[in-house]
Design a protein. Structure first.
Length: 102
């Protein structure tokens, strides 16, 4: 199953998606709700990571779509970390802890 990562910047997605894959989590990066919805609806996703730069309306819509399809949501809050460090140190461990729930 796939981790869907939605973010504002293709450059950032290009640097974080490989981190998921290197850690055993197939991932796809998208920048719009329109790209994310079909993936969630097809039951192909186990988790949705919403980047810190995603606007609040899109966040609400994504959370609703994820909940409808039983997809776990992780809201990114990198703070002072780079997106890459945040994914390595915070998101990947959260996905691992979820274990069988995903």
């Amino acid at each position: 199953m796939t981790v869907v990562v939605i973010g504002r910047s293709r450059r950032v997605l290009g640097s974080v998606v490989p981190i998921f894959e290197q850690n055993g989590f197939p991932a796809v990066g998208v920048t719009t709700l329109a790209e994310a919805r079909p993936i969630l609806a097809k039951g192909m996703a186990t988790a949705l990571v919403i980047g810190a730069g995603v606007d609040w309306i899109t966040r609400l819509r994504l959370r609703g779509a994820a909940q409808l399809h039983g997809v776990r949501v992780i809201q990114a809050t990198p703070g002072r970390h780079t997106p890459e460090t945040y994914v390595r140190e915070e998101v990947i461990p959260r996905l691992r802890r979820a274990g069988d729930d995903l």
